[in-house]
Design a protein around this ligand. Structure first.
Ligand code: DQA
Length: 146
């Protein structure tokens, strides 16, 4: 629990690497998850990764993380812009929450500029490609060691 980080990815991110590669790159979600696991090992952390296209499944995983995890890194994908329920679930989690967007949502359509999750997150990374997950993990390590 002290060193476990839950990494959550929302809808359509199972298609990472195939879906709109000009926006999201060619790295697959499996590759991102294994890069995170490797970096976590170097940082003295461990990761468990979960992706779902279903809002309720993400909520259940956040509730489970309350008992198992020290921090959450989440790319809520399209649910960022719609889900009060994700905001509420993350608010029930006591540890740090970091939000990641692969693309720079502020340079895209206006409907992507607001994220409900950002109001709960300790920090937000957007537009750094899939490297953003690794940057978030490094930040998580410093937050947890502070
Ligand atoms: C995204 C940005 C969202 O607006 C979009 O719905 C996604 C991915 C990103 O990582 O850039 O699915 O969260």
């Amino acid at each position: 629990m002290a060193n476990l980080i839950t990494i959550l990815n929302g809808p359509n991110l199972n298609l990472l690497g195939q879906r709109e590669p000009e926006k999201y790159g060619t790295t697959t979600l499996a590759e991102v998850e294994s890069q995170c696991a490797a970096l976590a090992g170097e940082l003295g952390l461990a990761t468990e990764a979960f992706q779902s296209n279903h809002e309720g499944a993400l909520l259940d995983r956040i509730h489970a993380a309350r008992e198992t995890s020290a921090g959450i890194i989440i790319n809520p994908a399209a649910y960022s812009h719609t889900s009060v329920a994700l905001f509420d679930a993350l608010s029930s989690f006591e540890g740090p929450v970091l939000e990641v967007h692969i693309s720079n949502i502020h340079r895209r359509e206006a409907f992507r500029h607001h994220s409900y999750v950002s109001a709960r997150a300790e920090g937000v990374i957007a537009g750094f490609g899939t490297e953003g997950y690794l940057l978030a993990l490094r930040r998580m390590a410093s937050l947890l060691s502070a």
